[in-house]
Design a protein. Structure first.
Length: 181
């Protein structure tokens, strides 16, 4: 198991929770992005497409089992989460081109809040900002918003969510929780 270490030698992992996409969804979004004819930015590899729920950042590797145990105690939605990515946006502060929903479903916002609350006793505090679900298409994107020949309308049905480790531009699944009972 590859891990990074802090200057004091304590190993850590860069973690986040996300909704993953199926292969067909990845291909569809990738083809739609290709049709935009982007000439700037760094396209996110389609295998990295996801909708972030909660970014944890650098977490001591020894805390990973406690993180998973905390999530195991959550009352999860008892149905698949449905999300429509129907807005193409440029986020100037993040220098990112993203797909986002016009409105985040209540069940999705409740899941994110539950994750935040479950991790507080572990000393993992969420970033203080509103949750904005999105899928990043391109990083280091200077703008302006590209014109799309076809409006985005990607219907995601999440049957589970995943705890990922981000390592050298790749995302490695560490644990998964089912949303549908």
């Amino acid at each position: 198991m590859i891990q990074d270490a802090r200057p004091n030698g304590v190993p850590f992992k860069r973690l986040f929770f996300a909704l993953s996409l199926g292969d067909e969804q990845r291909r569809g979004i990738s083809q739609w992005r290709r049709a935009l004819g982007l000439r700037s930015g760094k396209p996110v590899p389609s295998e990295n497409f996801h909708v972030t729920l909660l970014f944890l950042g650098d977490v001591d590797a020894a805390q990973v089992p406690a993180v998973c145990a905390a999530v195991d105690t959550l009352r999860l939605p008892d149905a698949n989460l449905r999300l429509v990515l129907d807005q193409l946006q440029v986020w100037p502060r993040a220098s990112a081109l993203v797909l986002a929903p016009e409105q985040a479903p209540l069940a999705l916002r409740q899941l994110v809040y539950g994750l935040q609350q479950a991790l507080l006793p572990l000393g993992i505090e969420p970033q203080v900002r509103d949750y904005r679900p999105h899928l990043t298409l391109s990083r280091d994107f200077p703008g302006p918003l590209p014109e799309a020949a076809e409006a985005p309308a990607f219907h995601l049905i999440a049957r589970h969510f995943t705890l990922y480790e981000s390592r050298k531009g790749r995302y490695w699944p560490l644990a998964e929780w089912s949303l549908a009972q």
